[in-house]
Each structure stands twice: as C-alpha cells, then as structure tokens.
Write a protein that binds this ligand. Structure first.
Ligand SMILES: Nc1ncnc2c1ncn2[C@@H]1O[C@H](COP(=O)(O)OP(=O)(O)OP(=O)(O)O)[C@@H](O)[C@H]1O
Length: 326
C-alpha cells in the first residue's frame, strides 16, 4: 500500500488542519463497506470530496465506483461504515441533503411516451424548491443548459443515447445544487456528446458547484477533474489533487528502437520495467536513469533511433498503482 500512504498524505494536506470540519468537504465516507455474499464490492473506503472540487472516482469495471456512489446517495445500504453528503449522515438524513444534490445514476425513470419537456416537468413536480410558476421556468432553463431546447417537444423514446444522458443531466440540474454526482456521465456518448458534458461540468465547477463523477476512462478524468480517487477491487488506492498526483509521477522516457520485442526483452532482463506505447517503448524513470536505459538497449544490440523525456501521465501512475496492488 505504498502508493496509498504516499499520496493520501498529499491528498489530505488541504484538510489536515481541520480533519473533522465537515464544511470543507461536500461528501465523505469512513470505513464504507458493501458486501454481496462473498463479493466485496466496496472495502472500507475513506473518501473525501472537497467542496468546489471536480473529483473523479477512477477504476476499472467492477471496482466499486457505482456502489460507492449509490451508498453516498442513500440508494444502497452500506454493510458497515458511514457516508455523509453536505455534512448530513446518509441515508438517515437524506431528506436534508438531497434537495441540494443533483444526481445522474443509471437511467432515471423517464417515460418513453412523454416528450423531454414533459418528463422534466414531472421531475420538477417533486422538487421541494420548485412550486407553481417556478417549475416551468426551471425546466426551460435546464433544457437550455444541456442544449435540448430544440428537441424538447420530441418523445423521449426517439432520443439518442446522448440526448437521454443530457436529459438526465437536466433533471439533475433543475434547481441550484451544491453537489452534482454523475455516474459514468459520458458512457456511450460520441465525441461531440462527450465535449458537451465536459462543458457542462466545467460550467458547474466555475459556478462553485462540487462535482463527483465516476469514470473508467483515464483521459476523461485527466481532462475534467481537479481531484482523483483511484479504486481497485473495492479498495481506495489513492486520492488527492490531480496535479499533486501527476507531480508525484516523475518523468518517463519514450524510446524509439529498431526492434520493440528485443528492446523490451533486454530491458526486462535487466530489471527495467517497460511497456509498449504506440510505436515506442516507455520506461518510467523512477528506479533507473535515462542513460542506463539507453546503454542497456545498445549493449543488447538494439538500435536507438530516438529517446525523449516526458512527464508521467495519469496512465503511467494508474498502471503503477494497480500493479503494486496486484
Ligand atoms: N446488486 C448487486 N448484487 C451482487 N453483486 C453486485 C451488486 N452490485 C454490484 N455488485 C458487484 O460489486 C462489484 C462492484 O460493482 P460496481 O458496479 O460498484 O463497480 P463499478 O466500478 O461501478 O463497475 P462498472 O464500471 O462496471 O459499473 C462487482 O463485482 C459487482 O459485480
């Protein structure tokens, strides 16, 4: 668990002065656990979501992202541990927290034969803050915000996946929220739909709303989030600011060689971990210096065409964290 110790220290630095101050956190879990029979979906997770952050919960399929989010929202009862949303214990005080929380978790129950607008009006009817005339205005504003005004009269069943996703987001944004929770918000979307969701997340962040999202896409988290929490097999491997995580990653060397298989074998025989990335070999310069990498290749008779240093990306860091835990 070296990665956890290292990075969680950095990650919690902001809140270290007031670790029990709920005001600094929009959501948090302590020892949160969920088991289904013999399957441990979530294993004692201590997650901190700082106010104002866009925090990406990153992990492969089945790592426990959805279960964690569902427990935070009070949709799934934890086996043990606690969850708080906006300082309120969940699910006990869901009634206090949820009006300030917008959520997009699995397809909400939209009616296929109603239009997008009619569906949103139904959602607005159960929002405690929206009475009478305010309801229609909030619906129009939400439709506008997600770019669905033009399609608002069309039946939901004719919507594309991206439009359905955007309508779900509109429902989550019907009233001003302190926290917006999005489970895999760009799942199944085309590049234009993905850009649109990213724009909405950026707007929310600029307005000071905390966003908690889950994703199995490293590039998505790198592009959208200020903070990241990495889950694997239900356990939290690390959490903290994305920039701190990237800085902790150090540098890597991308090498173009005459023969990738021979190059990889030579490096591995000498205890240097490498992986293929596109046409090149990539070596993280954590335990080895760049000249040693090149010398090892040359000694093995592998031609080196080019070697370039770069900062380790989230992908390198993620690979290292998950390898350490395997
Ligand atoms: N209702 C359930 N009954 C039994 N097992 C479940 C249930 N919900 C989740 N699991 C199991 O718990 C583990 C974590 O699932 P979860 O859906 O939280 O992961 P995830 O990271 O969100 O994955 P994905 O990206 O595929 O949605 C998986 O092994 C899953 O099969």
């Amino acid at each position: 668990m070296a990665g956890t110790a290292d990075l969680s220290e950095r990650g919690t630095a902001d809140t270290a002065s007031a670790p029990e101050d709920d005001g600094a956190l929009a959501a948090r879990t302590r020892g949160l656990r969920k088991t289904y029979g013999r399957t441990t979906a979530v294993a004692d997770v201590d997650l901190d979501v700082p106010r104002g952050a866009v925090l990406g919960v990153l992990g492969p399929n089945g790592s426990g992202k959805t279960t964690t989010i569902r427990m935070l929202l009070g949709l799934t009862q934890p086996t043990s541990g606690s969850a708080e949303l906006l300082g309120h214990a969940m699910p006990e005080h869901a009634g206090r927290a949820l009006p300030r929380v917008g959520a997009l978790v699995e397809g909400p129950g939209f009616h296929p034969f109603l239009s997008g607008r009619e569906n949103l009006l139904r959602c607005a009817a159960v929002e405690p803050e929206l009475a009478g005339a305010a309801r229609r205005g909030a619906v129009e504003e939400a439709l506008e915000r997600v770019g669905l005004t033009g399609a608002a009269r069309r039946g939901y069943r004719g919507y594309s996946l991206g439009m359905k996703q955007r309508l779900g987001l509109a429902a989550a944004l019907l009233t001003p929220r302190d926290l917006v929770v999005l489970d895999e918000p760009t799942n199944g979307l085309d590049p234009a739909g993905t850009r649109e969701i990213r724009r909405i997340i950026a707007d929310l962040h600029a307005a000071g709303t905390t966003v908690l999202l889950s994703s199995h896409l490293l590039a998505e988290v790198e592009a959208t989030c200020t903070h990241v929490a990495v889950l694997q097999r239900g356990s939290l491997l690390t959490q903290g600011e994305l920039t701190s995580l990237l800085e902790s990653g150090g540098t890597s060397l991308s090498v173009s060689v005459s023969d990738n298989s021979a190059g990889m074998a030579a490096l591995r025989d000498n205890g240097i971990t490498t992986r293929q990335e596109g046409e090149n070999l990539r070596v993280e310069l954590t335990d080895v210096e760049a000249p040693d990498v090149i010398a090892t290749l040359v000694r093995a008779g592998v031609g080196v065409h080019e070697a370039r240093r770069g900062r380790a990306g989230l992908e390198d860091i993620f690979a290292r964290l998950t390898e350490e835990e395997s």
